[in-house]
Design a protein around this ligand. Structure first.
Ligand SMILES: [Zn+2]
Length: 503
């Protein structure tokens, strides 16, 4: 196949743009002349002046959870209890549960959520509405009945009325435990949602995913998709760090799998989040989930088993503790070439910025978090803004930056990440160039999954994983970047979204 009559941005510095691209089977072919004579009648695609880029990677997405949430009632913009209930009332009456998400009752004038209010709308099916920050559940009576009164747990809060009856709202551990024990989603329901989800992702130019939904069993869901030939992205799957000894015993090392689906990295957490004020900060506030010494142990044990670690760290103290752990354990992982990563790295002590490059730790950043967390950051981290969302400084120091959406926290939309990084960062000195942003969406994530020789740029020998855009972003005025649209997507030489011709 030949794509011609467009601008093809290879993201390879030695030959940044070409006007046509040859594809033989699943890969980009080299030596145009050779193929022109050896292929009798290649399929020609007229790009009509459109632009081609390497396919996008979402480097941090909770994919099965996001896919399932696509059918949820969305309560994100509800400013009152009444509005939220109206939204629930209009939900489709299908599925074994009534599921929703996105409520935040802090500013509701007409009272807190309650099971009675939900019961008036849904008595038969259990209803479970997850809060916007994912730290609380709002249940109806049918859902509470499933727990049979078994709600209390250390680290959890069960809200009760004056008679001591649960109101239907659970926080933290109590919420997680309920979800885990009583609201399990059948695998089939996940697989159905994921089959629809990969199509949505393909329509947004996504050809690879680093799945952060590393609960046990997630890999099996992806496998079902692959076996049904329904997988439309290359997946780099995380897995819980607590299971490293099982993995070691089974001899499963990072990288095991197929060209579409591989085991990737161990996931663990240093701290909580900015929004819930559980980020581990140098002023002593926040929550310590894993100490530096514990992480060092995890990194060492991971290295012994052949696994890199992706550790969630938000606060400045959490990031310092994580960097310290990687530094102390260097002897164990660096000789093996393990590609370690810190997820989020939102708040850094200025002195720690350069350590990512020094140690070779990749920053798994969320470009869209910077604009959406502006108010929170200015409120809670006012004295630490200098080290907050330091994308530009990190790149300047030589660090590798990979971008992810953190969907369903934000929308799974790589182009929105590019726009956020180039135009919307409130720390103007930390904004990126278009080239830098695209590097974080196309090139760096491929390196993280050891794919730098097979994808990430459009040069001969790489997989034909690419996206067709309606215009050349490098030729756009900055503000026009917001209007760029994905036209079509290709994975390994096959169209996964909107095959040509286009009009
Ligand atoms: Zn996440």
């Amino acid at each position: 196949m030949i794509l011609r009559n467009g601008t093809i941005c290879t993201l390879d510095p030695s030959l940044p743009t070409v006007s046509s691209l040859w594809i033989a089977g699943e890969r980009i072919a080299g030596g145009v002349g050779v193929h022109e004579t050896s292929l009798p009648s290649p399929e020609t695609v007229d790009l009509g002046g459109r632009c081609v880029l390497p396919g996008f990677t979402d480097s941090h997405v909770h994919f099965p959870t996001w896919a399932l949430s696509q059918n949820d009632v969305r309560l994100h913009d509800c400013g009152s209890l009444a509005e939220a209930l109206d939204r629930v009332r209009s939900a489709p009456r299908t599925g074994s549960w009534l599921r929703g998400q996105g409520w935040r009752d802090a500013d509701w004038p007409d009272g807190p959520p309650s099971r009675e209010a939900l019961d008036e709308i849904e008595r038969e099916r259990p209803a479970m509405l997850i809060s916007k920050d994912y730290h609380a559940l709002w249940l109806n009576s049918a859902a509470l009945t499933l727990a049979g009164g078994d709600l209390e747990v250390d680290g959890g809060v069960v809200v009760r009325d004056e008679r001591g009856e649960p109101t239907g709202v659970l926080y933290e551990e109590a919420a997680w435990r309920f979800k885990e024990r009583f609201a399990r989603v059948p695998a089939e329901e996940y697989v159905d949602a994921m089959r629809a989800g990969v199509k949505i992702a393909a329509s947004r130019g996504v050809t690879a995913l680093h799945d952060k939904d590393g609960w046990l069993g997630a890999i099996g869901l992806w496998q079902r998709l692959e076996q049904q030939s329904a997988l439309l992205q290359r997946v780099w799957q995380s897995t819980p760090a607590e299971r490293v000894s099982d993995l070691r015993e089974l001899g499963l090392r990072s990288g095991a799998g197929s060209p579409l689906l591989r085991l990737g990295y161990l996931k663990t957490f240093m701290d909580g989040t900015l929004g819930s004020q559980t980020a581990w900060m140098s002023d002593g506030s926040g929550v310590v989930i894993t100490t530096s010494e514990e992480l060092e142990e995890i990194v060492r044990r991971g290295a012994e088993a052949g696994w890199p670690v992706g550790v969630h760290a938000i606060g400045d103290a959490a990031n310092r503790a994580a960097l310290d752990a990687f530094e102390r354990s260097r002897d164990a992982w660096q000789p093996l070439g393990l590609r370690q990563r810190i997820e989020h790295a939102q708040c850094l002590a200025p002195g720690d910025v350069a350590r990512f490059a020094e140690l070779g730790i990749t920053v798994s950043a969320q470009f869209t978090h910077a604009p959406s967390d502006e108010q929170l950051a200015k409120r809670f981290w006012a004295d630490r803004l200098e080290g907050t969302y330091s994308f530009g400084s990190l790149l300047e120091s030589g660090a590798l930056l990979a971008n992810g959406s953190d969907a369903p926290v934000e929308e799974l939309e790589p182009w929105a990440g590019v726009v956020a990084a180039v135009l919307d960062h409130w720390r103007e000195d930390q904004r990126l160039t278009l080239e830098q942003a695209l590097h974080a969406v196309c090139v760096a994530p491929a390196w993280l999954s050891h794919d730098e020789r097979v994808r990430g740029t459009l040069v001969p020998g790489r997989y034909a994983d690419l996206v067709v855009l309606d215009r050349d972003p490098f030729a756009c005025e900055p503000e026009e970047l917001r209007e760029v649209q994905v036209v079509a997507t290709m994975l390994g030489g096959r169209w996964t979204h909107n095959p040509p011709p286009w009009d």
